[in-house]
Ligand binder design. Structure first.
Ligand code: TXA
Ligand code: MG
Length: 352
């Protein structure tokens, strides 16, 4: 069984050695756990795709240590970005984003440098880059000195892991070792934006809200409609594939009244967004005449707390023996709510 290791200096050293040797390791980030490999090593990157059973057209996010001066030049010097292809208009914008959100849960798509393996970017001329802020990820990046390609450490299409034990449940011995950095503080993946000739496009909602990005960038963010790219290969941001983040148990977005009650299994799961668990359980048990298992994302309706609890709550319901899961729809707006709504919609298979 793959070892889950506390992030002691010795274990960081051991992890760095595995990465240098082309290995695969799971690391904590502030968003979700990542399955990391040397981004410059095409063979190691191929192992990431194999371990996740991820199609090769779905590019990975490249993680790098903090940028301390001109972000584009620094990323250029590291071979991650082709700095000469970044127009002047975009430099200022990237600079502002980097200053405001790095280290942190923002990923920026930029022209790809020669130090990133083709496969990491699925052959695209661009690369998705982020500087994580989890201390263990930062310590490891400082130690290895090369960028790490790291998608979420789950099997393709499944629920992202926010705890070390979730990684083990997802990947078992497909990963050489798992560094335990505790529970992820943000709980949903990074926000992905593309900077393209002065325009900023939101490719995936995530840990930084669109409003915060607009404020920092001083420019509007064009929201790419969630399913604009679904069905086209390769999609502009394949994390946007309609079905993703899915439990094994069928999950439906809750619409009241529940119409096909007679067809429901004896035990059903309910993912409530806010409020009291017992009240929700009683109400839904009455509506369905079934045994109801409930998880509440945030009793007080706080978006950050709800995001932090989202994937673990889905996993717990998935393991609860319920035959079908219902998720309340998100009616709140602003902050991390769009990211939460996006993940739930995809967990339900992309139905609108
Ligand atoms: O928070 C996160 O971003 C986590 C942690 C581990 O850092 N990582 C993560 O990676 O969510 P992953 O592989 O699950 O999501 C990668 C997504 C792709 O599905 C795609 O949507 C987008 O990043 N992406 C990567 N490269 C891209 C590119 N060149 N152009 C557009 N989108 C890209
Ligand atoms: Mg993922």
């Amino acid at each position: 069984m793959t070892a889950v290791l506390p992030p002691s200096p010795e274990n960081l050293e051991r992890t760095a050695r595995r990465l240098l040797a082309g290995g695969l390791v799971a690391i904590p980030t502030e968003t979700v756990y990542g399955l990391a490999a040397n981004a410059a090593d095409g063979t190691a990157v191929a192992r990431v795709f194999a371990a996740k059973e991820r199609p090769s057209f779905d590019p990975l996010i490249v993680h790098t240590r903090p940028v301390d001066r001109d972000a584009i030049e620094t990323l250029g010097d590291r071979g991650i970005v082709d700095a000469s292809s970044v127009p002047a208009a975009d430099r200022e914008c990237v600079e502002r984003l980097a200053r405001s959100f790095w280290p942190g849960p923002l990923t920026v798509v930029l022209p790809r440098g020669t130090g990133v393996a083709d496969l990491a970017a699925s052959g695209l001329p661009t690369v998705a880059v982020r500087v994580p802020r989890h201390p263990v990820a930062l310590a490891l990046l400082a130690r290895v000195g090369f960028p790490l390609a790291a998608p979420s450490a789950n099997r393709f299409g499944r629920i992202s892991p926010t705890r070390a034990e979730d990684v083990r449940a997802e990947l078992g011995d497909r990963v050489d070792l798992i560094l335990d950095g505790g529970r992820c503080e943000v709980g949903v993946e990074s926000t992905i934006v593309a900077v393209d000739r002065g325009r900023l496009r939101l490719l995936r909602p995530g840990g930084v809200s669109p409003a915060e990005i607009e404020r920092a960038a001083g420019t509007g963010v064009e929201i790419v409609p969630p399913d604009a790219s679904a069905g086209s290969a390769p999609p502009s941001a394949p994390g946007q594939l309609a079905s993703h983040y899915a439990p094994r148990t069928p999950l439906r977005l809750l619409r009241l009244p529940v119409t096909d009650v007679a067809a429901l299994p004896a035990r059903v799961g309910l993912l409530a967004i806010a409020g009291n668990a017992e009240t929700a359980r009683r109400g839904f048990a009455q509506a369905t005449s079934r045994e109801v298992i409930v998880r509440v994302l945030s009793a007080r309706g706080d978006d950050a707390e709800a995001a932090r609890n989202l994937f673990a709550a889905l996993r717990e319901l998935d393991d609860s023996g319920a035959g079908v899961l219902f998720a309340e729809t998100v009616t709140q707006s602003g902050g991390l709510w769009p990211a939460i709504a996006d993940r739930l919609r995809r967990a339900a298979g992309g139905s609108p």
